[in-house]
Design a protein around this ligand. Structure first.
Ligand SMILES: [Mg+2]
Length: 321
């Protein structure tokens, strides 16, 4: 099993990337610096090329695994056309370019409506609509954290298990339980060109912990970016260090070093503080990542399976207190 979280001093630098491995990469806070809002993130021009070179070196076994919507993520890393998982695995793009998306619960519209009313009452709270999931960002309104998390948890409880709350860096999210980066990684590993390879996963946030759990369980390499408590076994300090480490596996060795300099200039307060909440998430990361190919549908459709009870017509007011 994954074991509990460990502090930074107990983690080690990751060994060099090997050609028989499969590489899974988070996006925000791992490949690019976190910005004040998701839409403000700056993507190094060399990122698609770096991903392409790594894919060539690893036989195509490179995937970006992010909480962002797949289409948005695909635009940001274009012209890289390799595998991608969006919305924590609810959406996936395969090597052949085909895309699958999990069905969207029709009840999500009610949840979205509640959260939109809530966000409208808080200056700086931003509602992100991802398709199958929703998120409240409070980076520009840090005092709203408790209210945001309370509301998201309440909506998760009232969904009768269909949705779960997920807290990240200055963001709290409501997503279908069928998601999760650990599951996405495990499902990729069941298919070519990932099958039979040792997984390596790099991430920076609590939302990456179940990805670390999956990789640890499979005997792979789990790498956490920044400080804080995590179940990852290795550490890289900054986004720039991630680039430098990746560049060691790329034919263009200078790419990572140039990007590290760029990251140093662009860095916007990436948090590295361990909190009790983060520790709890790390320790509770579980084996929720068994392959379940049937959960994906080739077409987006309403499934009507989730009996979500949204009896909180004025939940926003209740949460604001
Ligand atoms: Mg991240």
């Amino acid at each position: 099993m994954s074991g509990g979280g460990v502090t930074l001093k107990h983690r080690t630098k990751p060994p060099p990337l090997r050609r028989d491995q499969a590489l899974f990469l988070d996006f925000d806070g791992t490949l690019v610096e976190i910005a004040r809002a998701p839409s403000l993130v700056r993507v190094p021009a060399e990122l698609p090329q770096l991903l392409g070179e790594l894919a060539d070196w690893l036989g195509g076994a490179v995937a970006v695994v992010s909480g962002r919507p797949l289409d948005e993520l695909a635009r940001m890393i274009d012209p890289f056309v390799g595998p991608v998982a969006g919305q924590h695995g609810l959406e996936r793009r395969y090597c052949d370019g085909s895309v699958t998306r999990c069905p969207v619960s029709p009840k999500l519209a009610e949840i979205r409506s509640v959260l939109a009313k809530f966000a409208a009452r808080y200056d700086g709270v931003v509602l992100e609509e991802k398709g199958g999931s929703v998120a409240l960002h409070y980076r520009q309104a840090p005092t709203a954290r408790e209210s945001c998390e309370t509301l998201i948890r309440r909506l998760a409880l009232e969904s009768d298990g269909a949705f779960e709350a997920l807290d990240g860096k200055m963001v709290t999210e409501l997503r279908p339980r069928s998601g999760g980066k650990g599951r996405a990684i495990t499902e990729f590993l069941a298919e070519a060109p990932f099958r039979g390879r040792v997984p390596v996963f790099i991430g920076d946030d609590t939302t990456d912990e179940d990805g670390f759990a999956a990789v640890n369980q499979l005997g792979g390499i789990s790498i956490h970016v920044g400080g804080g408590t995590t179940i990852a076994r290795h550490n890289l300090a900054t986004v720039g260090d991630v680039w430098a480490w990746l560049a060691r596996g790329s034919p263009n060795k200078s790419r990572g070093h140039k990007a590290r300099d760029w990251c140093s200039e662009q860095r916007i307060g990436q948090t590295a503080t361990a909190t009790g909440r983060e520790q709890g998430v790390a320790q509770q990361a579980s084996d929720r990542h068994r392959p379940d190919p049937a959960r994906h549908r080739r077409d987006r459709a309403s499934d009507g399976e989730h009996g979500i009870k949204i009896n909180v017509a004025d939940d926003a007011a209740a949460a604001v207190r």
